[in-house]
Design a protein around this ligand. Structure first.
Ligand SMILES: [Fe+2]
Ligand SMILES: [Fe+2]
Length: 149
């Protein structure tokens, strides 16, 4: 069964948010749990961002979209880069480090902000420029990218 890429992205946003809130509930004494869950989060987010960057965003940049919409999409690429840099930074710190929890909170805040912008600002542009059939075909391919994670 196939679903629109927008629906698939939205479902994965909720999954990532659940992973983030679980990680936020960990303590410095749970280094092993942090390591396991953070590894899972990294795999999920890297695949998710790759799927958006390869399947959806280029199509929206190609359309004769308004300058404001193009700027929004370019901003999404840069927020992805920020998330990659921050996750790489977090990977260099001990999971028992006293500041790890604060770093995790910042990661969750940036991801939440990013999800809101995609769903509120980018989804309407996609609905305007792509028909239902295209959105479903992309949804199928997005699912495959996530499975490779
Ligand atoms: Fe994104
Ligand atoms: Fe996303």
């Amino acid at each position: 069964m196939s679903m629109s890429i927008l629906r698939a992205i939205e479902e994965d946003h909720r999954k990532v948010e659940d992973m983030l809130s679980s990680l936020k509930s960990t303590t410095a004494q749970e280094a092993q749990r942090r390591q396991t869950e953070f590894g899972g989060l990294q795999r999920e987010l890297h695949a998710h961002m790759k799927g958006e960057e390869e399947l959806l965003f280029p199509l929206l940049l190609d359309k004769e979209s308004e300058d404001g919409d193009r700027d929004e999409i370019l901003e999404m690429f840069e927020e992805h880069n920020l998330l990659r840099l921050w996750m790489d930074h977090m990977s260099t710190i001990e999971f028992s480090h006293p500041r790890w929890g604060a770093k995790m909170d910042v990661l969750a805040e940036v991801v939440d902000h990013h999800h809101s912008e995609e769903e509120d600002d980018i989804f309407p542009v996609a609905r305007e420029h792509l028909d239902a059939e295209t959105l479903e075909a992309l949804g199928h391919r997005f699912g495959m990218v996530l499975q490779e994670a």
